[in-house]
Write a protein that binds this ligand. Structure first.
Ligand code: ZN
Length: 105
């Protein structure tokens, strides 16, 4: 399943698929090709945090923050904080829920 996400005016393709990644990895972000991949086998919360994680990677890259772009700990913390805040405040809308649901294989 592929989706499009506009990240800072750039049309990223987000693909949810079975990925053979390391234990700590749940997705990939490739700013050169404007592609994000998320492991389709993750539980819902982990899936959503991973999508935020990859979006933050893209945003840092596109805004010229190349040092922070490689800081996995910073990105993990930001992704978790952003996702938890939006989830717990009810700010995640139907479109987001559809994106989450559509990724299930
Ligand atoms: Zn990462």
């Amino acid at each position: 399943m592929k989706k499009r996400l506009n990240i800072l005016g750039l049309n990223y393709t987000v693909e949810f698929k079975n990925l053979a990644l390391g234990k700590q990895e749940c997705g990939n972000c490739s700013p050169d090709t404007l592609e994000i991949e998320i492991d389709a086998n993750l539980p819902p919360d982990k899936h959503n945090v991973s999508l935020f994680h990859e979006i933050i990677h893209a945003a840092l890259y596109e805004t010229g923050n190349r040092k922070e772009y490689t800081n996995e700990r910073l990105i993990d913390n930001l992704a978790l904080a952003l996702y938890q805040t939006l989830r717990d405040s009810g700010a995640l809308n139907m479109q987001w829920e559809m994106l989450k649901e559509s990724s299930r294989v």
